[in-house]
Each structure stands twice: as structure tokens, then as C-alpha cells.
Design a protein around this ligand. Structure first.
Ligand code: F6P
Length: 322
């Protein structure tokens, strides 16, 4: 293998830059020519490439976002898009491709790998952490710490004005962020798609808390909770309890910012592992870290299998909120 490409796709995640840096520098170490593909698959389809050397990735390890930029590309969901991507890779002599993103990104990657012309390795990068085959995806640790900082601040005002606060965190399909920040932030309740949200029970819990002398409560809602958005849930609680409440949607704040040490280390390890996999001739796999070990999982498994979330922790939150 002589020339490889790297791209970031889907939602950006803090640590993606650290991963690109590792891919480029480990690639150079292996005497590979590395090209960056701008704006994910959208840039690939347009042939928007840039040659990357060791100096091109200087001073990016601490930066959030992705300096290659990213995109959500509808065309890559079509057979024509895959065909076009394969042709560009062939035309540009790109023999290996490393894609950093989430399960949507890996669907396109798997389709390219199946064509057989280009070897493809995926690296999990999504704050949602909803990818099977790795304990943590790049960006999750930073996002949870960012959300936690915000929740700590909200707690100050919630306590002072004695109000319940409904805080929405990201996670369009899974509740990993909500669960982690709920535990770490000492929340009273965590509402996630993995467990059924019962409004009556939630109201009962809030009422019981008031009886125990609680003056405020922090209710974390994952954006993908099946009971609806945070506004809808808060309204339903108000209809039953008539308690003055406030809502805070943390939104994209969670996606930005300088990556934590943990995310930078994970990104560096996975970037290096992706190059190693390509050099060993592997294709159609995602590199992940499970219990501290680097593991290769077939790309298909990353969306066909569901990553387990420890729902017992939701119960623990209730005990700890005594
Ligand atoms: O996939 C990560 C994520 O941050 C989700 O949690 C969220 O629903 C989505 O991206 C938001 O995407 P966009 O920035 O395209 O609105």
C-alpha cells in the first residue's frame, strides 16, 4: 500500500483532530502518502483532497471539531453515491481509507469496502457513544465533562430558586451521555430511550423528594427519549404538579471544546491502530477499545448489534438521590 486517505464524517466530536494527527504521523512512519479528504463523503464525491504531511497536523491535538471539516451526505446512502466514491478513490490511487465517525459513516465505509478496490478501516468518533465494538467512542468523554460542568452550574441556580430543572442532553438514539452525566451530576432522574418514561412515576418521585425536604431537582432528559422532547415532558409534569420549573437544552455546546486527555489518548491509540490494520491488509473493520484492548469488529456489526447500556445505573440514580 502506497497512498491512503482519511476523512471525518457525520457529527464532529472532540478528539477527531487528535485522531487525524495520529493517522497522518503513523502513516508517514509506515512510509505511506496520506491525503486528507475535506467535508467527509461530500468532499470525497467532489474529489476535494489535500496532501497531509507531519507538519500539516501540527498544533491540532488540543482543538475541538475537525480541521478536515465534516458533512452529513445523503448521496452516500445511494448506490450511485457509493459507485462515485469508489471511482474517485480509484482515480486518485487511494488504496486505503480511514473514516472517523459514527454508525452512519460506517454504512458508507462498509459499502466501499465491499467493492474490494479500496481497503477501509473505521474509527469510532461520536459524542453519542452509540457504536457497538468499543467501550468509548472519541468525543464522548469530552462531551460528558462539558455537559457536567453546565449541570453543576445549573444546580447552583436550581437550588437557590428551589426549582426543578429539566436538562436535555444529546443522544438522538441512545442515553449514554444522559446516564453518565446523570450519575456524575447527582441528578434526581434520568430519562433515556432505553427505559420507559412514566410521567406519573416521575411526578411521584418529585413529590416524594419534596416531602423529604428537597427544594430542587435535576432531571436529565436524553434528546431521543421516547416520551418526547424535554419541553413536552416538563409540560406534562407541570400539568400534574403545578411547580414552577425551568428547561435547559445543552445542545451543541456538548460537541465543541478542547478534548479531554482521555479522548486525546483514545484518539491517538485508535488512529495508530487504524494504520496498523491497513498495513496488515485488513479491510471492512472498525478499530475499537474494549476493556483496554484494541479490537477489530466487522463494520456491519457496529450498527447491526446494539451496544449495551447499564440500565441498573438508572435505578442507582434514584437510590443516590435519596
Ligand atoms: O450524532 C451526534 C449528535 O450530536 C446527536 O447527539 C445529535 O442528535 C446530532 O448529532 C445533531 O446533529 P446536527 O449537528 O446535524 O444537528
Amino acid at each position: 500500500m502506497r497512498r491512503i486517505g482519511v476523512l471525518t464524517s457525520g457529527g464532529d466530536a472532540p478528539g477527531m483532530n487528535a485522531c487525524i494527527r495520529a493517522v497522518v504521523r503513523c502513516g508517514v512512519w509506515e512510509k505511506l502518502e496520506v491525503v486528507g479528504i475535506r467535508r467527509g463523503y461530500a468532499g470525497l464525491l467532489e474529489g476535494d483532497l489535500v496532501r497531509l504531511g507531519s507538519r500539516s497536523v501540527a498544533n491540532i491535538i488540543h482543538r475541538g471539531g475537525t480541521f478536515l471539516e465534516t458533512a452529513r451526505c445523503e448521496e452516500m446512502k445511494t448506490a450511485e453515491g457509493i459507485e462515485k466514491a469508489t471511482q474517485v478513490l480509484r482515480r486518485e490511487d487511494i488504496e486505503g481509507l480511514i473514516v472517523i465517525g459514527g454508525d452512519g459513516t460506517f454504512r458508507g465505509a462498509a459499502a466501499i469496502a465491499e467493492r474490494g478496490d479500496t481497503k477501509v478501516i473505521g474509527v469510532p468518533g461520536t459524542i453519542d457513544n452509540d457504536v457497538y465494538g468499543t467501550d468509548y467512542a472519541i468525543g464522548f468523554d469530552t462531551a460528558t465533562n462539558t455537559a457536567l460542568e453546565a449541570i453543576d452550574r445549573i444546580r447552583d441556580t436550581a437550588g437557590s430558586l428551589q426549582r426543578p430543572f429539566f436538562i436535555e442532553v444529546m443522544g438522538k438514539e441512545r442515553g449514554f451521555i444522559a446516564l453518565y452525566v446523570g450519575i456524575a451530576g447527582g441528578a434526581e432522574e434520568i430519562l433515556i430511550p432505553e427505559t420507559e418514561t412514566k410521567i406519573e412515576e416521575l411526578c411521584l418521585d418529585i413529590r416524594r423528594g419534596l416531602k423529604r425536604g428537597k427544594k430542587s431537582s435535576i432531571i436529565i432528559v436524553a434528546e431521543g427519549d421516547e416520551a418526547g422532547g424535554v419541553v413536552q415532558i416538563a409540560q406534562q409534569v407541570w400539568e400534574r404538579l403545578r411547580l414552577d420549573y425551568r428547561i435547559c437544552v445543552l445542545g451543541h455546546i456538548q460537541r465543541g471544546g478542547s478534548p479531554t486527555a482521555r479522548d486525546r489518548v483514545l484518539a491517538s491509540k485508535l488512529g495508530a491502530a487504524a494504520i496498523d490494520a491497513l498495513v496488515r491488509g485488513k479491510s471492512g473493520y472498525m478499530v475499537g477499545e474494549l476493556r483496554g484492548e484494541i479490537v477489530l469488529s466487522p463494520l456491519r456489526e457496529t450498527w447491526e448489534k446494539s451496544k449495551e447500556l447499564d440500565t441498573d445505573l438508572v435505578e442507582l440514580v434514584k437510590i443516590l438521590a435519596a
